[in-house]
Design a protein around this ligand. Structure first.
Ligand code: 13P
Ligand code: SF4
Length: 297
């Protein structure tokens, strides 16, 4: 099926982008795997006519926002992100009224309609840099409270935050991580900033998914406990057969990131649907927030 997909991609002048959490067989057939920041940059640069996005809905929306002239296909339209659904434009408008003049930094894990109401976007790879790039002292970060609290510890600014979270990362407790540390005492702990603050306190490094992939290349350590979604273990283990990678718990699998199958990709390329489109007025305003972020980095 991977061969069929590669052939169809070529015939249709399409590119397959996959998030680092996608199932192994999808990562292996993709033109590029990456974290949210890398994928949004690549989506904006491709010469392909079609982007097949293997990830979740907000990522395909972002690809469409930065490449509005391309057709962006998401093989399973119901692959969503529960954190992105924890904020709506109406609720953000209300919050903004209670914090007049305070700029809004929105994590890309959010609906396009919320990006459209924000000053700038950020990802887990650049949240601190984005916040520090703003002249204001007070900043509202949405929708991830854990990423916001992590950022607050690395900036002089006063961070107000939304009460959203990733259910997968947020479920990891410090007790679970301590149990893994006890089991693998020689392993370094790499944690994603979507984890809770007391989990992050136990980490050796706090990184985005691609940040973890890069970190392992230069590390002399032979074993790692990975405190992020389970899909990242595949590229880590594939790139470093001599090193060992242990998930921080058995419950770090995001069901939405596992919805797309190779068969869905074949069907999507045959039908050239389902397509993700962002309404024009939202698209234009959301693009400003995403491009402002991309321009800085
Ligand atoms: P990154 O790959 O940007 O670190 O994102 C993590 C995530 O949860 C995406 O859904
Ligand atoms: Fe959303 Fe969390 Fe799944 Fe990422 S891992 S898509 S943040 S629910």
């Amino acid at each position: 099926m991977q061969e069929v997909i590669r052939k169809k991609l070529k015939e249709k002048n399409a590119i397959l982008l996959a998030h680092n959490y996608q199932p192994p067989e999808i990562q292996d057939v993709a033109d590029m795997c990456g974290d949210s920041l890398e994928l949004s940059i690549r989506a904006g640069k491709t010469n392909a006519d079609i982007i097949v996005f293997c990830g979740v809905h907000f990522m395909a929306e972002t690809a469409s926002i930065v490449s509005p002239q391309k057709k962006v296909l998401l093989p399973k339209l119901d692959a969503g992100c529960p954190m992105a659904e924890m904020i709506t434009p109406d609720a953000l408008e209300q919050k903004k009224q209670s914090l007049p003049g305070v700029p809004v930094v929105t994590y890309v894990n959010s609906p396009a309609s919320v990006k459209a109401l924000s000053d700038i976007c950020c990802t887990s790879a650049n949240a601190v840099k984005v916040v520090n790039s703003l002249p204001d002292r007070d900043i509202l970060m949405t929708p991830d409270k854990n990423l916001a609290q992590y950022t607050a510890q690395h900036t002089e600014k006063h961070i107000h935050y939304w009460d959203g979270y990733c259910p997968i990362h947020n479920n990891l407790t410090s007790e679970m991580l301590l149990a893994s540390r006890k089991k693998y005492p020689d392993a370094l702990v790499l944690a994603h900033p979507e984890c809770q603050p007391d989990v992050l306190k136990l980490a050796d490094e706090i990184l985005s998914t691609s940040g973890m992939l890069k970190y392992v290349i230069q590390s002399t350590s032979k074993a790692f406990i990975i405190a992020t979604e389970s899909g990242l273990i595949h590229p880590l283990q594939k790139n470093h057969p001599d090193k060992r990678f242990y998930p921080a718990s058995d419950s770090l699998t995001c069901p939405d990131m596992k919805k797309i199958t190779l068969k869905d990709i074949v069907e999507t390329l045959d039908k050239l649907s389902p397509e993700v489109r962002v309404p024009l007025d939202i698209q234009e305003r959301a693009r400003k927030s995403v491009e402002r972020m991309i321009k800085i980095f």
